[in-house]
Design a protein around this ligand. Structure first.
Ligand code: ZN
Ligand code: ZN
Ligand code: FE
Length: 720
């Protein structure tokens, strides 16, 4: 056997029947985290082998084997923590079926010497297991035990504590008394505190400078999750899978409002590192806040030095282990919508698993968007998406982007021959692409933002030819220089025509308007009810000084810092503000999330709208204002969601009539709205449309690089 860069080559000798049985067993007994894509048999001359050996790995060509994502600790390793003498309470126990992978690898091929385990030489027992073909740890690269592996320590103002028992004792004292800890994880640090202690959560929130954005919660076990949340069978499968993502669930039992800022959903996760299990043995709470160790919007901290400097002041202590995290990876976040789990954030446990394509993307680097950046590289008929990187306007996120691009070149033996990016000239990802194209003298393909969203979903489903692309989004540079995001496109994998869009409205204050939904409410009212509308008709301006309203009006009237937008996200902002659900946002997408959370599920009707060359929601806005004093918010919100869905159905019908296209592709960040995606999918399906929405990459900007890759590969084919 030989671990090759393009797969595994097994040479076996024996009667044909035995060989065939062996092949079947390989498939039948494959470990849970393995993924056999293809298995072929070919005959070679008999050599008379006498034993099983694993030959040293060889590197050849630029074909590569897949690098495994990190795998949650397996049940056998958990049992070893109680029974294996050298691994009693050993918090980094692992085997071939579990443990860190992507986060510790620096180079190829995947051998211990190419990982951050390099500095730890195996003790005789570990070495024996590593070399014993019958052992579960046979060739497990990060194999380690209490005697030879990395160890945890706890630092605080009082000094350093070592020994996992002592550390856990100290930690339980801190958590049980309402404190918080910074804990080194697999792909970065986490901050933990008792999720059932409102004061502890509030304190952590203040110190982390994370105003309202929901915290993920790690629950002791599935029973506890079921006690606090509504969990479907599919949710359970995902929660317990070796990928161990955060799953967004509907809340069942009251938890401190400080956790999820009363959104009605909980981001739940089960323990996945051995140390998490050890922690739940000592603390008295079954639920821990489990949030990324970062400040505000910076990337999660992975280096001990940075953690000491930045996280120590937050928690007063730091629990780490002496092995480096090579590749940063946040926890992934998924949510079941319309019967399928969808990515909100794709990182640990999934990256760098490729997305299989129906076309060759070899040599294409797609640099993604700016917010929620992920980039993507093409290797043959596969796309390898980077982990979630973040908002590139943040300098540390941009550094993370550049480091990771460099790492991917090494890990996947990737040399770009074509680079694709967003059309937005100011995106740092676009500027990076332009300079790379200049330096390497390789072609640059710019892809319109919403075309890329639609193409990302087309790539997932192997769609070719024309589709009706509905892209609802918060932003995106349009070909007319305006900010798009309520788009109806007739698109294929090469180009698109903008069939229709939401009516343009100004964004008084520019970017500021995205964080201050009252501004969008103002803009819609100004446009549809005239400059002299009465502010008290809605709840959008409660607490906003009259002077600010005057300034906003002036900006719009004079066209100062008021770019035009058709973004659906801004319409949701406006309505959310009008209902008083979110006047000033304290985290990204807060206003649409609150509007979605408020929607009653049993509303069948919708508000009126007008379709001309654009979709005009002024009749709906009028009706909403009329309903504010008469109806429940849940009713108005349900009606509003239905209106957007109904208008979308209407446009799709018109396109079908004119163009004979029956496939509708839905993509863009607004489709993370469960109510909207489910409603629109239902309406379109009932009307006979084929409906496609993202499953393998996020519908938000985290998936856009895949679409850029698809369009670029097509344009490249045409140019060549
Ligand atoms: Zn294991
Ligand atoms: Zn050992
Ligand atoms: Fe977008």
């Amino acid at each position: 056997m030989d671990n090759r860069i393009n797969g595994v080559l097994i040479t076996a000798e024996g009667p044909e029947e035995a060989i065939l049985r062996f092949r079947d067993e390989i498939i039948r007994q494959a470990p849970p985290a393995s993924n056999i894509k293809d298995l072929t048999l070919s005959e070679i001359p008999v050599r008379g082998y006498r034993e099983f050996t694993i030959a040293p790995s060889t590197t050849e060509g630029s074909l590569i084997t897949e690098i495994s994502p990190d795998i949650a600790v397996c049940s056998e390793c958990l049992a070893d923590m109680d029974s294996d003498p050298s691994r009693i309470d050993y918090p980094l126990v692992n085997c071939t079926n579990c443990g860190p992978r992507f986060t510790i690898i620096e180079n190829l091929p995947y051998d211990r010497s190419s990982t951050s385990m390099r500095g730890f030489s195996m003790c005789p027992k570990c070495s024996r297991e590593y070399h014993d073909i019958t052992d579960r740890r046979f060739h497990a690269q990060p194999v380690a035990c209490n005697n030879c592996g990395p160890l945890y320590s706890l630092e605080s103002g009082d000094g350093i504590i070592t020994g996992i028992r002592n550390i856990l004792n100290e930690l339980s004292g801190i958590i049980d008394s309402g404190g918080s800890v910074a804990l080194k994880g697999q792909g970065g640090y986490h901050l933990l505190c008792n999720a059932l202690d409102p004061a502890a959560v509030r304190q952590l929130r203040i110190r982390k400078r994370r105003d309202q954005k929901p915290f993920a919660v790690m629950f002791r076990d599935m029973d506890t999750i079921e006690e606090y949340c509504h969990v479907s069978d599919n949710d359970k499968k995902e929660l317990a899978s070796w990928r161990r993502p955060v799953v967004i669930l509907d809340q069942k039992k009251t938890m401190p409002g400080e956790i999820n800022s009363r959104l009605g959903t909980i981001g739940a996760i089960l323990p996945y590192m051995p140390v998490h299990y050890l922690i739940f043995r000592v603390v008295h709470t079954p639920a821990l806040v489990f949030t990324s160790g970062n400040i505000s919007e910076e990337p999660v901290i992975k280096d001990d030095e940075a953690a000491r400097k930045i996280l120590m002041p937050v928690t007063g202590n730091l629990i780490s282990y002496n092995r480096d995290i090579v590749n940063r990876a946040d926890d992934s976040v998924i949510r079941e919508i319309a019967g399928t789990h969808r990515f909100i954030r794709r990182a640990r446990g999934y990256v760098p698993s490729p997305v299989d394509l129906s076309f060759s993307a070899e040599g294409i680097l797609a640099t993604g968007a700016e917010l929620k950046n992920c980039f993507c590289i093409g290797k043959g008929q596969q796309a390898i998406m980077s982990q979630h990187i973040g908002d590139l306007k943040n300098i540390s996120a941009y550094n993370f982007f550049r480091e990771t691009a460099e790492r991917f070149r090494k890990l996947f033996l990737f040399e770009p021959s074509l680079v694709a990016c967003d059309m937005h000239p100011d995106y740092l990802s676009s500027q990076y692409a332009a300079s790379l194209s200049g330096q390497k003298k390789i072609p640059l393909v710019k892809v319109q933002h919403h075309h890329a969203h639609i193409a990302s979903c087309m790539a997932e489903y192997n769609l070719k030819g024309k589709v009706i692309g509905i892209s609802f989004d918060g932003t995106g540079y349009g070909t007319d220089g305006n900010i798009w995001g309520g788009e109806f496109l007739v698109a294929d994998e090469n180009e698109f025509v903008r069939y229709s869009h939401f009516d343009y409205v100004p964004m008084p204050g520019g970017d500021k308007a995205a964080g201050e939904p009252w501004r969008m409410a103002f803009s819609y009212l100004y446009k549809y009810r005239g400059g002299n509308f009465s502010p008290s008709e809605t709840k959008a301006f409660i607490g906003i000084p009259a002077r600010n309203l005057d300034i906003a009006g002036e900006m719009i009237a004079k066209g100062i810092n008021s770019p035009l937008t058709s973004a659906a996200g801004r319409l949701f902002d406006a309505v959310s503000a009008m209902l008083g659900l979110c006047i000033n946002a304290s985290f990204d997408s807060e206003a649409p999330m609150r509007l979605e959370a408020a929607a009653a599920k049993n509303i069948k009707d919708h508000y009126p709208f007008r379709i001309s060359d654009v979709v005009d929601f002024s009749p709906a806005i009028d009706a909403i204002i009329n309903d504010i004093s008469l109806k429940e918010i849940s009713y108005i919100s349900g009606m509003f969601h239905n209106t957007v869905a109904k208008a979308s159905l209407e446009i799709a019908r018109r396109i079908r009539e004119e163009e004979g296209i029956n496939r509708v592709v839905l993509s863009g960040g607004v489709f993370q709205n469960r109510y909207l995606l489910e409603k629109l999918t239902e309406l379109l399906s009932a009307d006979g449309f084929g409906v496609f929405s993202n499953r393998l990459v996020p519908a938000n900007d985290g998936g856009i690089a895949l679409g850029q890759l698809y369009v670029a590969s097509e344009k490249n084919k045409i140019c060549a």
